[in-house]
Write a protein that binds this ligand. Structure first.
Ligand code: 5GP
Length: 188
């Protein structure tokens, strides 16, 4: 998506270890107009699917997910990174975090993710696919159906995209980073 790619090149910052920071329009300060355009583009790309719920993981997935949910006119469920003692009918999985270099539990209530659901997963980044695979586990535990996975930015040099596509999942990414070598952003 042209606007996003231009914004990554103008405002994205590269950090050692293959980390891209987009803190001035996605991950800290947010640009609502760009977020709206990105959501509309994701909705267009998944228009062949019947979706009745959007799912994401807190915190950075929530902004794009709620925009997508708004335009699809469906509820948005975010997986929580802490397991609240008050949650009923809890489904839990483990996710390894690339940026934090540790594993954490994520959970959703089975009251909100059920076998009736046809789910679109939305997240800001696709890197090694660990968050996505954790969500697939929660969807499977609930007996729900995964319709697709949409990302704002895919790091094409990490293995998540290949892993998810090889499972036959409909994956869409609005910008694919080919390389962050030498702290230079190269887009596909
Ligand atoms: P994965 O689970 O696919 O390995 O990593 C995706 C998650 O890690 C995303 O939800 C995102 O929050 C975070 N992440 C991975 N790589 C980057 C990066 O280069 N920059 C930022 N800002 N977040 C990243």
């Amino acid at each position: 998506m042209k606007e996003l790619k231009e914004r990554i090149l103008s405002d994205g910052k590269c950090f050692p270890g293959g980390i891209l920071k987009v803190d001035n329009f996605i991950n800290h300060q947010m640009d609502p107009k760009l977020m709206r355009e990105m959501a509309l583009e994701l909705v267009r790309r998944f228009s062949a699917h019947k979706i009745n719920k959007v799912i994401t993981i807190e915190a950075s997935g929530i902004a794009p997910a709620i925009m997508v949910g708004f335009y699809l006119d469906v509820p948005v469920l975010f997986a929580k990174k802490k397991t609240p003692s008050t949650m009923e009918n809890m489904l839990v999985t483990e996710v390894y975090s690339f940026t934090k270099n540790r594993s954490y539990s994520v959970c959703v209530s089975g009251d909100y993710l059920t076998k009736e659901d046809h789910v679109l997963f939305i997240d800001d980044f696709l890197a090694n696919g660990n968050a996505a695979i954790g969500i697939i586990d929660l969807i499977n535990q609930a007996g729900a159906t995964l319709e697709g996975m949409g990302f704002l930015i895919e790091k094409g040099f990490q293995k998540g995209g290949d892993e998810l596509r090889s499972r036959g999942i409909h994956v869409e990414s609005l910008a694919i980073i080919e390389s962050l070598d030498n702290c230079t952003i190269t887009l596909k």
